[in-house]
Design a protein around this ligand. Structure first.
Ligand code: PEP
Ligand code: MN
Length: 370
């Protein structure tokens, strides 16, 4: 089902400086100087449409920096006056909306920890009724397209026309290379459901580390996203939040020169990069396999230590036979060949022995059984 929302094209948004529509600035506003200096350097690039800075910060753990609050709104107002950049911040409740509007903030975004909650999104939408401001809705932290759509609809129903979505990736239990999994099929589906609404990619929060920002940005452009939100700080290593994923304005400049802007056409196979998405999944499982092996070997080492302390030596080949036999039965029921199970378990077993040998350190070359 395609949703008929009255959203305006990104090129009609205030501050538009061409594709990609670029939003940049620090994760958090920390001091007046940090905000102003970052903004000035970003304005000089002449590519940034909107300056961002978090004023109220949703932090995972208490006793970490939770933002400077309303004081920072004055700094943003000064940025707008001095640099001419449009300014934006995150809002997480109706009070934030009223305060931000009071200080003339041009664009508000709803964060990933807020878009999961329909009550809060509705509260924010009600506070936005009748206001002409740009609004972006980040995806909820869990990969639920309906929840994301629902949040967007609530804001649209409040009459917001300059409305867009920000794709910032999805959290998983599994430890993966990126901080948040891109799950590109979700923003692709969002585009299908609301074809005319601008979609921005936030490679900083997907990556979690500077080194991946470029590749994620390139991918987003290849998938025909309208723009990018990239965190930038004059001194990233000293940032009070998200230090490892922020880059200097100068590094942003360099990154932008390396981005290739391809001409989107509806038949372009890159618009639906199915293979890329599947490869991402393979990478997740391979990572998972290695983590599992590490955990398994740690247990083997503990067994080795126990055997050493208790002077238990060797070998219970019956135990090993049982492990392989069970694995064969289970493997078969899952469509895995005997050959795979055999060679896989042989290799795992050998590695276990090596780990235990290192622990026992007595040079015996017979089987030490688990
Ligand atoms: C942010 O933009 O700094 C932020 C907190 O983002 P998210 O809601 O995507 O985690
Ligand atoms: Mn951040």
């Amino acid at each position: 089902m395609v949703l008929e929302l009255e959203t305006s094209m990104i090129k009609d948004w205030a501050g538009y400086k061409g594709r990609p529509f670029l939003i940049s600035g620090p994760c958090s506003a920390e001091t007046e100087e940090q905000v102003m200096e970052t903004a000035k350097q970003l304005a000089e690039l002449n590519k940034v449409s909107i300056f961002r800075a978090g004023i109220w910060k949703p932090r995972t753990r208490p006793n970490t920096f939770e933002g400077v609050g309303i004081t920072g709104l004055k700094w943003l107002r000064n940025v707008k006056q001095e640099t001419g950049l449009m300014v934006s911040t995150e809002v997480a409740n109706e009070k934030h909306v009223y305060e931000a509007l009071k200080y003339g903030i041009d664009m508000l975004w709803i964060g990933a920890r807020t878009s999961v909650n329909p009550f809060t999104v509705q509260e924010i939408a009600d506070a936005l009724r009748g206001v002409d401001v740009m609004v972006m809705v980040k995806n909820p932290i869990n990969p639920d397209i309906e929840l994301w759509l629902g949040a967007i609809e609530r804001v649209a129903k409040a009459g917001i026309k300059r409305l867009g979505a920000i794709h910032r990736g999805f959290s998983t239990y599994e430890k993966t290379t990126y901080r948040n999994q891109p799950n590109w099929q979700l923003p692709i589906e969002l585009r299908r459901r609301i074809p005319d609404m601008p979609i921005i990619c936030d490679p900083s929060h997907i990556a979690g580390a500077r080194e991946y920002i470029h590749e994620i940005s390139q991918k987003a452009l290849d998938l025909n996203f309208d723009g990018l939100m990239i965190e930038s700080h004059i001194d990233p290593d000293k940032a009070l939040s998200d230090a490892s994923q922020q880059i200097t304005p100068n590094d942003l400049k360099e990154l932008l020169t390396r981005l290739i802007l391809r001409n989107p056409s509806p038949s372009d196979p890159r618009l639906l990069d199915v293979l890329g998405e599947l490869r991402q999944q393979i990478d997740v499982y391979d990572d998972h396999l290695i983590d599992l092996m590490e955990k398994r070997m740690k247990v083997s080492e503990t067994i080795g230590r126990y055997k050493k302390e208790n002077n238990i030596t060797i070998l219970q080949s019956a135990r090993w036979d049982k492990i392989v036999k069970n694995a064969m039965i289970k493997g078969k029921s899952k469509g895995l060949s005997e050959e795979l199970i055999n060679s896989l378990f042989k290799a795992i077993h050998q590695e276990s022995i090596n780990h235990q040998m290192r622990i026992m350190n007595n040079g015996i070359d017979k089987y030490i059984e688990e």
